[in-house]
Structures are given as C-alpha cells and as structure tokens.
Design a protein around this ligand. Structure first.
Ligand code: ATP
Length: 245
C-alpha cells in the first residue's frame, strides 16, 4: 500500500544545531506508528516540522504532495492534525466550545458539526458528561481527552500525538492509549510520540527509535518490544497496559 505520509532523509535545524538528521519514516492509511526515544532526541521537532511549524529539508510528502510549499493551515485542511504536548486548550472556555473550535477551520454546517460532535462524544464519553464544564477545571486525563477530541473534530486523516500520556497516572494512560488504538477502525492514521515506550509499542503496528536526531532502530512494534536493546534502554521503567486492572 502506498504510504499516506512519506518522509525521506529529513533534516531539521535550529540555527546551527541540527536536531533531526536524515530521518526516513512512512505511514500507511489506518496504520499506527510510534516514535520512541529519550528526552531531546528530536521527537517533538519532527512533529512540528510535519505540521509546518518548523522548516525542514528532504522529502516530506502527504498523499504524494510535497508539504514544503504549504503553510500550517493548508496542511490542516489536507487532513493533518497535531495534538501538542499538554494539549494547549482554551482554559476559560467550556468543553463544548473547545470541541467546536477544533472544527473551526473546516467551516462545517450545523448538521455536520452536530454529527461530528456526537461521533467524538461516542469515542470519548467523558467529554459528553463534562460538556458545560470549563476546560481549566478538568482533571489531567480529561484535559488530554479534550485535546484528543478537539483534534478529532477536524476529521484528521493523519493524527499526530505528542506525548499524550505525559504526567498522567498509569490507569489514565491506559484509557487514553486504548482510545487512540480504536481510531484505527475509523481509518485515521496515527503518529504517536511517546516516552512511555511499552504502552506505545503495545498499541502501534510499527515503531521507530529516535536517538540524537537519527533513527536508531525500526520494525514491527512487537519485534521492537522484544529487542534486547529496546528492553534495556526503554522498557525497564514504565507500565505495561496488560498489568493494569
Ligand atoms: P522531549 O521528549 O524532551 O520533548 P524530544 O525528543 O521531543 O524531547 P525535541 O524537543 O524535539 O526533543 O528537541 C530536540 C533537540 O532540539 C534538543 O536538543 C533540544 O534542546 C533542541 N531544541 C528544541 N527546540 C529548540 C529551539 N526552539 N531552539 C533551539 N533548540 C531547540
């Protein structure tokens, strides 16, 4: 199958410092890909370049179209979406208004917006219960769900998640990553950046290990999870989804 996103020999720099050095990566439709690696490896930098917040050099194509010439808004219109670390919600607005803003760029009609909201509430029922609540009064897990729900309002074809489990309790991590896993059924491709390597490899099809701006290892997630190098470096500390109640 032809990849929906194709990256080849991508380089991203902050001034004189090259943070991503020749990364190649691809995602097919409906595939979940995880990118794991230590702090400062370049994971967020990669996502920011894909959405258009940072310039990059090399091949960066979405459905065969070169993204380099397109600004962030055009990339979102094409179906790309990034949920940044910690979600960046509008704290003073309600859950419902945050969700509505997620679809803002799509200029949806009333009926389509309503159907989209119902679909998101179906996937994330907690948001329906908290519809009228201010976003800044939500728990950490609920905030992350709202950030995910808001992204889903834009009907993304490729959803990029930057550390959705950051700062959350293990049970909530399990909830959120399980929800992410179900999005595959809706044909959404997912690029998941996580420090919680074990959980990320459990829900993804394939994984990439990014170290100091380069891909150190790649393969099917199950194979990566049993690789002694991955086990020694990344799987010692975090929580196993199966072990949770
Ligand atoms: P973390 O998990 O800690 O967020 P990461 O893998 O996402 O790490 P990046 O945030 O992409 O890593 O950072 C990659 C490298 O680029 C790091 O060395 C970082 O210090 C550097 N970097 C990130 N943002 C900037 C910036 N705005 N200006 C200069 N250097 C930056």
């Amino acid at each position: 199958m032809k990849p929906i996103l194709e990256i080849d020999d991508l380089h991203i720099s902050y001034g004189m410092v090259e943070a991503v050095r020749g990364v190649s990566l691809s995602i097919s439709a409906g595939e979940i890909i995880s990118v794991i690696g230590p702090n400062g490896a370049g994971k967020s930098t990669l996502l920011n370049a894909i959405i258009g917040l940072l310039p990059s050099k090399g091949t960066l194509q979405f459905e065969g179209q070169d993204l380099h010439w397109l600004d962030v808004e055009s990339r979102i219109e094409m179906g790309l979406c990034l949920v940044p670390e910690r979600g960046e919600l509008f704290g003073a607005l309600s859950v419902l208004d945050n969700l509505r803003l997620g679809a803002y760029s799509k200029k949806l009609g009333r009926q389509v917006l309503k159907e989209r909201l119902e679909w998101v509430y179906g996937r994330l029922p907690r948001l329906a219960e908290r519809m009228a609540q201010r976003a800044d009064t939500l728990s950490g897990g609920e905030r992350q769900m709202l950030a995910l729900g808001r992204a889903l309002m834009s009907s993304p074809r490729l959803l990029m998640l930057d550390e959705p489990s950051l700062g959350l309790a293990p049970l909530i991590v399990k909830d959120i990553l399980n929800i992410v896993g179900t999005l595959r059924e809706d044909g959404v491709s997912i690029l998941l950046v996580e420090q919680n390597a074990r959980a990320a490899l459990e829900i993804s099809d394939r994984g990439y290990v990014l170290e100091t701006g380069e891909i150190a290892l790649t393969g099917e997630s199950a194979r990566l999870a049993s690789d002694p190098r991955v086990q020694a470096t990344y799987l010692g500390r975090d929580v196993e989804l199966d072990e949770l109640p």
